[in-house]
Design a binder for this molecule. Structure first.
Ligand SMILES: Nc1ncnc2c1ncn2[C@@H]1O[C@H](COP(=O)(O)OP(=O)(O)OP(=O)(O)O)[C@@H](O)[C@H]1O
Ligand SMILES: [Mg+2]
Length: 197
C-alpha cells in the first residue's frame, strides 16, 4: 500500500516546500522509498534534490515509490482537488499572521469535502500565538489537529546547501544540540502522517 501525502495552502510562503523536503527524508527512512511531486513550475528543481519532480499533471504522475508527497503551488484546479481526494492525508501549513490564518480557514473549508484527514502545521511557531485558538474556534480539535514546527534557519540552509535537515543537524556536536527540537518536531509530523496509511 502506498501512502500519499498532499501539502496545500492557498497562501504562499507558509512552508509547504520546506515541509515536503524534510518529511521526504523521514518517510524515505521509514518506508524505503519516497518522492516529492510538485505542480509549481517556479519551485525548486531536481537539480537541488533528485527526489523532487515537477509535473504539469500531478494526478497522472506515475511512480513506484512507497510514499508520494505532493507539494502544491497555491492554486486549485481539478487536478489538485482530485489528487487531494486520492491522498491519505492533507497537511495544511500556516503562519500565525491574520492573512495566513484567513487563507488557512478558507483552504480547509475548500478541501474538507474532498478529504477529511487534515493536519494543520503551525509553522515558525512562537509562544502565545493565534493559530491554535483560531483553528479551535472554527473546527473541532479532534477533527483538525494542530502540530507545531518552530522557527529555524535549518530550512533555509537545507535549500542553500542541497542537504537534508538531518544531515545538517548531525554534522557537528553543536548542530546536534541546537537542532534537536526541530528534528523531533519533524519526526512527530512524519509519525502522525504514517497513521493514515
Ligand atoms: N520553520 C521555519 N523556520 C524558519 N524559516 C522557515 C521555516 N519554514 C519555512 N521557512 C522559510 O520560509 C520561506 C518560505 O518557505 P517555503 O518555500 O517552504 O514555503 P512555500 O509555502 O513552499 O512557499 P511558496 O508558496 O512560495 O511555494 C523559505 O525561505 C523557508 O526557508
Ligand atoms: Mg513552495
Amino acid at each position: 500500500m502506498s501512502l500519499k501525502v498532499a501539502i496545500f495552502n492557498h497562501k504562499g510562503g507558509v512552508g509547504k516546500t520546506s515541509l515536503a523536503i524534510s518529511l521526504h527524508e523521514q518517510l524515505q527512512k521509514q518506508k524505503g522509498s519516497c518522492i516529492v511531486v510538485s505542480n509549481d513550475k517556479e519551485g525548486i528543481s531536481e537539480e537541488v534534490f533528485d527526489f523532487y519532480h515537477y509535473s504539469e499533471d500531478v494526478r497522472d504522475f506515475k511512480s513506484d515509490a512507497e510514499v508520494q508527497i505532493f507539494d502544491f503551488g497555491g492554486f486549485t484546479s481539478k487536478d489538485v482537488l482530485d489528487t487531494i481526494a486520492a491522498s491519505n492525508v492533507v497537511i495544511v501549513p500556516t503562519l500565525d499572521d491574520l492573512n495566513s490564518l484567513q487563507s488557512t480557514i478558507d483552504t480547509i473549508a475548500e478541501i474538507k469535502p474532498y478529504n477529511d484527514n487534515i493536519i494543520v502545521i503551525h509553522n515558525q511557531s512562537k509562544e502565545d500565538t493565534f493559530v491554535e485558538k483560531v483553528i479551535a474556534e472554527n473546527f473541532d480539535e479532534e477533527d483538525v489537529p494542530v502540530l507545531k514546527v518552530r522557527h529555524s534557519k535549518i530550512f533555509q540552509n537545507s535549500l542553500l546547501e542541497g542537504k537534508n535537515i538531518e544531515e545538517i543537524a548531525s554534522s557537528t556536536g553543536k548542530n546536534k544540540f541546537v537542532y534537536r527540537n526541530i528534528i523531533k518536531e519533524i519526526k512527530d509530523i512524519a509519525e502522525a502522517v504514517s497513521y493514515f496509511e
